[in-house]
Design a protein around this ligand. Structure first.
Ligand SMILES: [Zn+2]
Length: 81
């Protein structure tokens, strides 16, 4: 699979680090219950289909970016700023 780094162009997935679900919202600093913090750090979905994700180009420009990907077909659906 190849991922489109917005700074370097298409590169092999082995150059990237997955950074997690980009649709999750971190509880505000000093707010949120223990369960909300627990769920934020330790409970993850395993979606099938369209998914918004954070990726870092660790073996390239080292920049983080957001990508929309179909997890069932490993198809890139587009990037976000
Ligand atoms: Zn890059």
């Amino acid at each position: 699979m190849r991922l489109p780094c917005p700074y370097c162009g298409d590169r092999d997935v082995s150059e990237f680090r997955y950074g997690g679900d980009a649709s999750r919202q971190r509880p505000a600093h000093g707010a949120g219950s223990a369960k909300e913090w627990h769920d934020y750090y330790f409970v993850f979905d395993n979606p099938k289909g369209a998914h918004t994700e954070h990726w870092q180009h660790v073996l390239g420009c080292r920049q983080w970016f957001t990508l929309n990907r179909d997890t069932a077909r490993n198809e890139i659906l587009g990037g976000e700023e």
